[in-house]
Every structure is written in structure tokens, then in C-alpha cells.
Design a protein. Structure first.
Length: 489
């Protein structure tokens, strides 16, 4: 905030603490931590050696905003810097917000080249820590910023957490934040709008957001693809490898600037859609929301009951021992040996309703369809736990195909699985293979899930259906056809 100290303009940071609390919190250590002022009028980094200046606090004073503010609080102050906070600009006119984001991206690139230590923490990427001018960007001292944000939940949500991934760091964190801010400016809402931190971070980690093509219909194709890719970045721990998911394909700030900077009128980035195309987009959006809601609800239903499942593990240990013993006694695990490609596809989707995760594993290359296989495995465990609790040998989860064959009426078991599977080949010429070692198919089917996944008061045996459309790639491994890619539309 802009203030006056001894009659001179200054830039101040109100800690919200009185003198005693300030001393107890050892907030005075933040005085020695520098901020950064980055001159962004140079677009060529080679000519920007003097573009980064350190900002150092000058002191601490007691400050009262007005007479009604109550007890004065301690404020850290330093040299003045005129401008407006980036998170506030995001809520203003589109062109001004986009210009501020462009300057912010240039500033991050300059810091990466000249002062990489400034990017060591995620605080530098919080929009509320940056003050933007037409030719310069100020980044507040990270320690001071984090401490201040942690005391103000409203600022925490509106100024940072909507735009900052909890697990990413470095330039992957930068492109994620840039994409989230651009999404907010173009669509009018942040991509992850949850108002509680737990749900917000869960949505970010699971890439649970409305795709850019639906949020901003008609947006420049290149920019839309960059934003979509950046918002789906994951940490190394999530991707199960030593690098972030799709790190070789992760967009860079240069990629964004190549699209944004040449455009004088930012409204030109969005092309108007015809009425026909707009209707098609709305239909796709509606279908996506239904399918995503079912998927997310199912996954989180399983996660919420994970503790109960673990607590019940001892009670069903005997069942698992029997199942494992029977599995090991088989001559061999399921394979796709001798199957034609269409048979492999049919086997995979039939196994969903049969809760046969081993058959699903046999039909795919390692790592493909992992979310589907994990969901089926979890439902299998839940079914066994319920059988143990209810002292019954009757299945508590029924295959949707079996339920449909019975007429589709009310049943006591929960209905889950795939019906109405349609498999269509895609011509080789469209994909440029033509050697027979790789085939592509489009499949359409109906997925049935128990209504209780979405409504705890729903009656058992009343499933809800969702239409799915997917593109599958099959390849030969050791002479057997297996699914190497599942692309869900």
C-alpha cells in the first residue's frame, strides 16, 4: 500500500500485528529480505542486464489507517513504487489485465535469467505479491508476503490460491499461474473456483476444471491449447516419475508471449462462433460436465471411504487370502492371446462391469486406463467389505450388462458397468500409419453408476447413465493386440 513516512511517499506492508505480537512472531527478520523491481521495457533479455533492482525495507513504524481502526499495527515500509496489484487488475478491464499479465511474464523471464534465486519459492507467483506498472513489475519480499497472506484468508483466496498450484515449482509453476490468470480474464472466473483450500488443491491435483474450449468458445486455438496443457501440469510425485507430467511438452512463457504480444487488440484473440457451432459447443460442454461429475463423484466417494476400507481390512483378510490363493492356482493370468483387436476392446469394457481388474490390465499397455482400473479395483474391495458386514454371499454390485438382460428393473444390488458398446474402426489413412501394426477405433457406450455415488439418499438399484465417446489405439506386443492409448472426448 502507498503511504507517507515523515512526509515522504513510501511503500508499506501492514503486518496486522501489534508491537508485542510483531516481536513474538520475529517479523523483524523480514526487513532484511529483499524484493525485486524488474524493468520490462526491454523485450530482449540480452539487453536487460540492468533490468533487476533490489528493493529493501527501510524500517518499521506503528500505523493506524484511521481513527476507527482501533489499535495501531506494525507496518514494514521502504522506497515507493507506484502501480496496482496484479490480482486486482485481473478483475478489471480485459485489455489492462492482459497487458499486466504480459508484463508479469516478461518479468518472470528476466528474473529467471538474471536473478534465479528470486524464483526459489512459490510466493513470487502469487498475483497479490506483484505490483504492475506499464514498464516495471515489483515483487514483494517472499517471506513478508507469505506471513501476511497466512493471516488474511480473503486475500489468500482472491489474491493467490486460485492461481497457484500447491505442488509445482520453478517455471512449471509460472506457466500454471499465467494460464490460470488468463483463464480468469477471458472467461470471467478462475479455472479452479473452490472456496475452501482442501477442495481447491484437490481440484488442481486432479485437473478438475472446465476445459478452455468450453470456458472460452472461439479462443485462439494455439492459446487455448497452451492454457489447457499448463493447467493440467502435475508434480513429479503425482506423475510417478522424476519429472513433471508431460514435462517435455510443457509450454513455456515464451510460447504464451509469442501468441499474446503481437496482438494489439486482445479481443481479436476470440473469434465469434456461428449459432450452429455455439449450439454444438454447448452440447459438448453439457455432456462433459455430466461425465466429469460422475467420474469425480465416484473417485472421491472411494477416497472418502478409504479409512473405513482400511479399518475393515482385518475382517475381510480371509476373503482376500482365498481370492489370492485361487488367483495363484490359475495356470496363467488373463491374456489377449489369440484375440482380434475388436475382441480386446470388448473384453476391456466387459471387465469393467465384471469388476475384473486383471482382465482390464491384460488388455492394456502398462499405465493405460489406470484411473478406470483403480476405480474397478476399489469398487471390488468395497463390494467385499459390504458382503462381510452384511453376512451375505450375494454380490452387492451387479454388472450393468446382466442387469440390462434382466429387464433393467429395480434390484437390491448396486448396478455398475458398460452397456450398448459400439465399436467403429478409423481408417488408417486418417492417422498416417497404414502398416497394420497400429489400429485406431472409436467406441461409444453407456456407463452406469450407482445413484448413491451422487445422492446418498438415492434408493439402491437405481443407477444413472452417462454417455461416453472415446478413441482407442491398439498395438501388437509379443504378437498380442493391446490397447496403448485411451483418449476420452
Amino acid at each position: 500500500m502507498t503511504c507517507e513516512v515523515d512526509g515522504h511517499p513510501a511503500l508499506g506492508f501492514d503486518t496486522g500485528l501489534d508491537a508485542r505480537a510483531f516481536a513474538q512472531a520475529k517479523f523483524s527478520q523480514s526487513i532484511t529480505e529483499p524484493g525485486y523491481i524488474v524493468n520490462v521495457k526491454h523485450t530482449l533479455l540480452d539487453s536487460a542486464q540492468d533490468s533487476v533492482q533490489l528493493w529493501k525495507a527501510s524500517g518499521v513504524i506503528e500505523y493506524a489507517r484511521d481513527a476507527s481502526a482501533g489499535q495501531p499495527t506494525m507496518m514494514i515500509w521502504g522506497p515507493p513504487f507506484e502501480g496496482e496489484r496484479l490480482d486486482m487488475l485481473l478483475n478489471g478491464p480485459q485489455d489492462a489485465a492482459l497487458s499486466a499479465i504480459i508484463n508479469w511474464m516478461y518479468a518472470i523471464r528476466i528474473l529467471e535469467k538474471l536473478s534465479p534465486a528470486a524464483l526459489s519459492g512459490d510466493a513470487v507467483f502469487w498475483p497479490c505479491t506483484a505490483i504492475v506498472q506499464s514498464e516495471a513489475v515489483f515483487f514483494a519480499p517472499p517471506g513478508l508476503t507469505v506471513r501476511r497472506i497466512s493471516t488474511n484468508e480473503t486475500t489468500s483466496l482472491s489474491g493467490g490460491k486460485w492461481y497457484v498450484h500447491p505442488d509445482l515449482d520453478g517455471m512449471n509453476a509460472a506457466v500454471f499461474t499465467a494460464s490460470a490468470m488468463l483463464y480468469r480474464v477471458f472467461s470471467g472466473a478462475p479455472p479452479f473456483p473452490a472456496t475452501d483450500e482442501i477442495t481447491l488443491h484437490q481440484d488442481m491435483r486432479e485437473s478438475n476444471f472446465l476445459p478452455v474450449r468450453f470456458a472460452v468458445p472461439g479462443l485462439n486455438d494455439r492459446l487455448s491449447a497452451l492454457m489447457q496443457s499448463a493447467l493440467m501440469l502435475r508434480s513429479p510425485e503425482q506423475s510417478g516419475s522424476g519429472k513433471s507430467k508431460n514435462v517435455t511438452e510443457a509450454p513455456s512463457l515464451n510460447d504464451f508471449l509469442a501468441v499474446l504480444q503481437p496482438v494489439d487488440n486482445k479481443s481479436l484473440l476470440i473469434s465469434p462462433l456461428s449459432d450452429e457451432n455455439r449450439i454444438l459447443v454447448e452440447k459438448e460442454k453439457s455432456r462433459f460436465l455430466k461425465v466429469t461429475k460422475a467420474s469425480v463423484t465416484t473417485r472421491r466417494f472411494v477416497m472418502r471411504h478409504a479409512t473405513l476400507i482400511m479399518c475393515c481390512f482385518a475382517a475381510v483378510a480371509g476373503i482376500f487370502l482365498v481370492v489370492n490363493s485361487l488367483s495363484r492356482s490359475r495356470a496363467s493370468l488373463p491374456t489377449t492371446a489369440g484375440m482380434e483387436p475388436v475382441q480386446v476392446i470388448e473384453s476391456y469394457y466387459s471387465a469393467i462391469g465384471d469388476l475384473d481388474h486383471e482382465m482390464m490390465d491384460a488388455c492394456v499397455i502398462k499405465g493405460v486406463g489406470r484411473d478406470d482400473i483403480n476405480m474397478v479395483t476399489n469398487l471390488y474391495v468395497i463390494g467385499k467389505v459390504r458382503q462381510a458386514y452384511e453376512y451375505t454371499v450375494q454380490p452387492v454390485i451387479m454388472s450393468a450388462a446382466e442387469w440390462q438382460q434382466m429387464g433393467g428393473g429395480p434390484v437390491e444390488a448396486e448396478v455398475f458397468g458398460v452397456t450398448d458398446l459400439v465399436i467403429m474402426g478409423i481408417e488408417d489413412g486418417e492417422w498416417g500409419m497404414g502398416d497394420g501394426d497400429q489400429l485406431r477405433y472409436r467406441v461409444e457406450y453407456t456407463l452406469w453408476v450407482p445413484a448413491v455415488f451422487e445422492d446418498s439418499e438415492a434408493q439402491p438399484g437405481t443407477p444413472r447413465s452417462y454417455q461416453h465417446s472415446e478413441e482407442l489405439t491398439l498395438v501388437q506386443r509379443n504378437g498380442n493386440w493391446r490397447i496403448s492409448q485411451i483418449k476420452r472426448n
